[in-house]
Design a protein around this ligand. Sequence first.
Ligand code: ATP
Ligand code: MG
Length: 461
Amino acid sequence: MIFRRLPKSLPVPGFVTSICQTLRSSGYQAYVVGGGVRDALRGETPKDWDIATDAEPSAVEKLFPETIPTGKRFGTITVRESNHLIEVTTFRQDADYSDGRRPDSVRYSNDIHEDLRRRDFTINAIAYDPLEQNFVDPHQGLRDIHRRLLRTVGDPTERFREDALRMLRMLRLAAVLEFKIHRTARSSIHSDWIASVSLERIRDELSLLLPAKNLAPSLTLMHESGLLRAILPELADCVGVNQGSRHKWDVFFHSVRAAEIIKPELHLRLAALLHDMAKPKTRTVQNGDIHFYGHDELGETMVTNVLSRLRFSNRLIQKTALLVRHHMFQIQPDSSPKAIRRFIAKVGRDSIYDVLELRRADALAMRIQPRQTHHYFQLLYQRVAEVLAEDHVFTVQDLAVNGYDLMEFLQIPPGPYLGDILDFLFDHVMEDPNDNRRKVLLQIARDYHAAHESSESSTRE
Ligand code: ATP
Ligand code: MG
């Protein structure tokens, strides 16, 4: 829980305090700063603790037996202490610039106030001295944590112009921490400045933003500020696209809702946010009804393109695009085992539950009664689980014979024809799972081969 009254002390771990102690005994200042202080004040366990000091990097290296010069040029030395890695950074007057044009020489400082002034948000600009147990909080960050408010240190327009990445950090932090954004900071977003930020940095912020709990307000502001159009124009095109009476929201807000509903894993969040992105391009009206024929197929291509542009990994792109491709599936709780088997085979065992998850979020983000929807998907999950548990064949690799068996048994060489036989056997087993036995399959393969041979010879005659 966020504190009621200003806490007297923070639960700084011993290995962090010990580094501060060493710095202090050598006559230097030492504070914990940044996200660690912020998260501890919010009652969370910090991911990591960072230390700020007036000792210059070379002095830090001399003081500790085990160090790594991770960002020495910019003042950061990583210290290993009791098997933990802690970043110790010299007070600085200026921040890195996210366009990669880092200042050639950073200006160190011996004043913690100067170091806090270069930081992005007031809640990230609180220093805490774990030895004296006091806070240095010149920008009222403690009050803002209490009010759950994001405010920039100093004038937001200036701070965003200096480093446009901060606009995305603000949206991300608001979503992750469930904080509001101060109105001046909201209105100071300049979407065209984001062009100076590398796509990799944008990708990294989106990857932190999307799994957040409170997604809708940040994505809405992203749209209203024009940042969405600058980063994901295809999704911006979904704003205002009407989907007919079954839907409560336009395509954009429906997608945002679906993303908020689905489990907080990056590929699922991306799939939910982008699953209908081809709707604006495929929308038709027939006899007053709205259709989006083929939006799943075109969506797969668009998602692949968008995510490649944003430098996401191929693995993540494939996983996400596959879900978009199959989100309009036909199977239902009363589908035949064969139909369910075929669908699992098409999507793959690894993604089958993800596709169900996407479709469930999709349905819950319409206007259907949630109770009914939950029940429906419960049944569908159950059916799929039953079919999966029967240990069926879902890929050619699951067949009781492999290519080598066939090559030997039929005396044929490797090549496309061998693939044809395996596909035939796979199709057969999908229809008739009981036939997945070596003897039976070899027999079927022999018949197939004999028929093939005779049709070959008759065309030759
Ligand atoms: P988290 O680690 O939870 O993502 P964080 O606030 O610790 O959040 P880091 O990227 O680890 O974020 O940065 C550490 C600190 O450095 C921040 O708390 C902030 O004080 C400062 N900082 C980071 N990025 C910027 C920036 N672009 N401009 C100004 N200060 C920044
Ligand atoms: Mg951090």
